[in-house]
Design a binder for this molecule. Structure first.
Ligand SMILES: Nc1ncnc2c1ncn2[C@@H]1O[C@H](COP(=O)(O)OP(=O)(O)OP(=O)(O)O)[C@@H](O)[C@H]1O
Ligand SMILES: [Mg+2]
Length: 325
């Protein structure tokens, strides 16, 4: 009876623009289990945010979405807008990549925090206030009682980010989607906030999806990792394997391009070639073949996700072949 909280199946997202069709997400599958943290990593433009915005049904009307998004046994893609509003900000919360753009500068922090609770009739105004003040304190905002009545401009960037996290957690969601929740913050604050999120997660048992560029953070905070390239999942592996036993040449390239702490200079690691553009015609073979040092004849054919281990899958003929030998 280990049904995932979230099960995305064969998700496709296309944007129809004046200059043509953009294939942003192409057949993505992913599962998130109760109480677990799933990381989604990949270069800029690989489709991480679009995947999560599709799950939340927050993409613009020009987006064409296909596939299935099962959340606690219900396909979110088949719900009405009204049914979806009941789920969003209640059973699923999202922390966005640029939180300040979602805040209203003319409303107090507290008012904005408790809005979803009141909207979903989850608490009385007094109870909502009590819970929000408590949570502000829990997430490291001193003097929360007074801070509740501040306006966004009175908060620093780090405090706003904490407030957004508090707001997302206030409704005690089953699933939290955090899209680069700490990218704009100092490294030390980043770590502190991520650990705070983990702590709150352990207390509530919620499932979490963490979208991040930062592979070291993903390895530390997540249980499993999905790697996206060109709108597809190219590898899925347990986080303890991320930095040491990655199989896909793309992921190997990403790992090598993490700056070394030892500060070894002179060699600039990078993955040669350009990331696969979302608007480009999609190749019939492996989507990474153009940039891959290990390319061979078989790569003219598209590799499916090949099973390397119990929780390890990779879309690469070479990596798959090595294991079966
Ligand atoms: N509304 C839109 N209209 C057209 N194209 C879009 C739209 N939103 C995203 N895209 C395109 O879809 C692709 C995936 O974008 P997405 O924002 O999901 O990437 P990402 O992996 O989240 O990148 P980043 O790490 O920079 O946040 C990109 O090529 C992007 O330009
Ligand atoms: Mg993004």
């Amino acid at each position: 009876m280990d049904h995932p909280v979230l099960h995305v199946r064969d998700l496709h997202v296309q944007f129809v623009t004046d200059t043509g069709t953009v294939n942003a997400v192409n057949g993505v599958n992913l599962q998130v289990k109760r109480g677990s943290t799933v990381g989604i990593v990949g270069e800029s433009g690989s489709g991480k945010s679009t995947t999560m915005m599709a799950v939340m049904r927050l993409l613009s009307t020009g987006a064409r979405i296909g596939g299935q998004v099962d959340f606690l046994g219900e396909n979110l893609l088949s719900l009405s807008k009204k049914q979806m509003r009941k789920i969003r900000g209640h059973r699923i919360s999202m922390i966005f990549q640029n939180p300040s753009t979602y805040l209203n500068p003319t409303k107090t922090i507290g008012k904005q925090m408790i809005e979803p609770l009141l909207y979903h009739h989850l608490a009385s105004p007094a109870e909502a206030r009590r819970r929000a003040v408590q949570l502000l304190g829990d997430i490291g905002i001193s003097n929360p009682e007074k801070r509740f009545d501040n306006y966004p401009f009175e908060f620093s960037g780090g405090m706003l980010q904490r407030m957004m996290i508090g707001m997302a957690l206030l409704s005690r969601p089953h699933l939290l989607i955090a899209d680069e929740p700490t990218t704009a913050l100092d490294v030390t604050v980043q770590a502190e906030i991520l650990w705070l999120l983990k702590k709150l997660q352990q207390e509530t048992g919620m499932a979490m999806v963490l979208v991040t560029h930062d592979l070291a953070v993903a390895a530390q905070v997540c249980d499993e990792i999905y790697v996206m390239y060109g709108g597809e999942m190219v590898e899925h592996l347990p986080s303890e394997m991320l930095l040491k036993s990655q199989a896909h040449p793309y992921l190997q390239g990403l790992i090598q391009s993490i700056p070394k702490l030892s500060g070894e200079k002179g060699r600039l690691p990078y993955i040669p070639g350009q990331p696969l553009g979302a608007s480009a015609n999609r190749p019939t073979g492996c989507i990474f073949a153009d940039r891959c040092a290990y390319r061979f004849e078989r790569c003219a054919e598209r590799p499916p996700l090949l099973q390397l281990g119990e929780r390890h899958e990779v879309a690469c003929w070479k990596a798959g072949a090595e294991v079966s030998v």
